[in-house]
Design a binder for this molecule. Structure first.
Ligand SMILES: Cc1cc2nc3c(=O)[nH]c(=O)nc-3n(C[C@H](O)[C@H](O)[C@H](O)COP(=O)(O)O)c2cc1C
Length: 190
């Protein structure tokens, strides 16, 4: 699929179920290969991913609901829990610190670069899932859930959570996107 077709196909899908149109292994391969191929500053390889499925997927969303003590609706949480799984995106701050020591001139930018690389990974996996007809959305319950997630998955203190991506079968596709006047945002100059 060419890049524009792929980007067109990627949408925020909230209405998901746990029926996959492909083998789970294809999704895991997509996630592993994307993580390997995505560029990152200083080639530091700071991105980390945990993919929760099955009982862990259910427990994750129940825990998120509990951490928010009723401030997020049960219905919304259940819509994410109904998905096949959730991809948790992190970067490892130990890697960032190591690179900061090596390149002190860039000290203040390196954590931003780690986030940028994580974002590149997110768009790639999100688009790759769409190509497989798997729906997904991106959620940010961090930083409120950070401690719970670290405890639940027994993670190092250095793991910084950046996003949660529930994915699964598409129950209801997204509405058509409105066309915009892109010349307001893009200029070509000579
Ligand atoms: C960096 C980033 C953060 C986002 N955070 C959330 C979020 O926390 N919750 C949510 O429901 N959608 C979130 N979204 C999804 C956007 O709302 C969505 O991409 C946008 O409305 C365009 O819709 P589309 O994804 O269908 O093209 C986020 C998207 C991006 C790129």
């Amino acid at each position: 699929m060419n890049i524009i077709k792929s980007l067109e196909k990627r949408r925020t899908i909230y209405n998901l179920n746990n029926n996959l149109s492909v083998e789970e292994g294809r999704i895991f391969k997509l996630i592993e290969e994307s993580t390997e191929l995505i560029p990152d500053a200083f080639n530091m390889k700071s991105s980390r991913i945990i993919v929760a499925t099955g009982d862990k997927q259910n427990k994750l969303w129940d825990n998120i609901y509990n951490v928010f003590k009723g401030e997020v609706s049960r219905e919304r949480i259940d819509s994410f829990k109904a998905a096949y799984g959730t991809i948790l995106y992190f970067y490892d701050n130990n890697v960032v610190k190591e690179i900061q020591n090596q390149f002190p001139l860039y000290k203040d930018s390196i954590s931003k670069y780690a986030m940028q690389s994580a974002a590149m990974l997110q768009i790639s996996i999100w688009s790759g899932l769409a190509e497989l007809n798997i729906g997904a959305s991106i959620q940010h319950y961090n930083p409120i859930i950070d401690n719970m997630v670290k405890e639940m998955f027994n993670l190092s203190e250095s793991y910084i959570l950046d996003a949660q991506m529930p994915f699964g079968g598409i129950v209801k596709p997204a509405d058509m996107k409105e066309k915009e006047d892109i010349s307001k945002r893009v200029k070509f100059v000579k």
